[in-house]
Design a protein around this ligand. Sequence first.
Ligand SMILES: [Zn+2]
Length: 490
Amino acid sequence: MTRKFVTGQISHETNAFSPIRTEIRHFQERGAIEGQGLLEVFGGTKTPVGGYIKFSQDVGAELLPTMSYSAVPSGLVAHEAHVQMRDRLVDGIREAGKVDAVLLALHGAMVTEGIPDAEGDILKHVREAVGPGVPVVSTLDYHGNITDEMVAIADGLFGYNTYPHIDGYERALEAAEFAVGMLDGKVKPTSVVVRPPVAPGVVPARTGWGPIKKLLEKAFEYEKQPGVINVSVYGGFVYSDIEPAGLAFIATTQDDRALAGKITVDLAKTSWDIRHEFVTPMLKPVDAVKHAMAAARGPVVLADVADNTGGGASGDGTEVLKALLDLGAKGAVVITIPDPEAVGEAYRVGVGGTFDTLVGGKIDDKHGAPVRMKGTVRILSDGRFVHYGPMSTGMVSHVGRTAVVVSGGVEIILNERRNQPVDPEAARSVGIDPAKRKIVVLKSAVHYRASYEPIAVEIVEVDGPGLASPNLSRFQFNHIRRPVFPIDEI
Ligand SMILES: [Zn+2]
């Protein structure tokens, strides 16, 4: 008998400090996908849903698609948006009839106006729909804030092992194989989660470096032990500011609760012992620009880590742009600033036209003031490009109408929509090769590294203002458990 699986995706990383209320239109703008469209959009992509599609084809199972909604990280999700998405997913699962397993792609750090643990709520409703006997598994983002409820309801949770996130596809294959193992009676999972009182900013918690690298190495060693199915390390997302935000470790074993407990406690203890390694050296915007200008050659990447839209910041921060213009930098490109007004002005004057307007700093008052930019419009584009790099390979981004404006030695890419420039195609698609620029400013905390480390001569992390700053003393936390490191420096 052909097995029948059902899949769906809801994904949002919620930054409680962002004033942008995340409504259903924010999910729709990114391209909400319903029904069969899921198979068309994600088939062949290196994404979690792409992984489920491939797995189902390989094992000859039928995969029923429900829906996929994801939005650029921003503030609390409107309650009605959450209910609409959750119910659409659950209805889709019910409409699928009797299924053998539910294969989800959730984030783990979604917070609504009334529900701190949105994924726990989604999983609860999914479980009610399918009953206790059907395996429910999900991939989770590395930045998931893992709650006891999520672990109790899902049979298996498979967090990305990478930040930059380049293994969503592989984790989905693992999750689906695990579900099939349960169906075949070979897998009898039990999971334990432990959260140490450590909640770093996202920048020092990247996986290719320092403390998280050490913890992952330990987790992978444990995964080799007999009886251990999966050990996941989560960086968490401190900016969600919910009680359990921060690092978490989940161990899933073959019906051995004591072993799962031992592994998670050991990882938690290790993370506590090395907590002081969660620090990142950074330069102020003016110092960072001076440093890059003095470099013998480029590209020097200035990562405006605090203004990372992927962490819920506005992305239209201006301090680095202002420093570039004030200091007369040459061969510099800013990728990117979302500013529909400025894009509209660029379209009005047209290619070759004189551009003279205020840029950036308009979404809120936390990312610097608007900067007057005088220059020339060089390129106008519809803002569609394909990811060829290692993240979301094959997916199409649509960042809205786009303009390239040049002022002296500084180029700026203006988009209508907020979007984290993780793929160099964001620049190449508008005629700019970042590898040929002296200074490349990126509004990204860590994801840019997957594509830019191979081409950058040097990477400098900038300590500018922004809602994704690793400098947690800039924030007033209200809900996270206390004390917690480094907020309380315990
Ligand atoms: Zn993430």
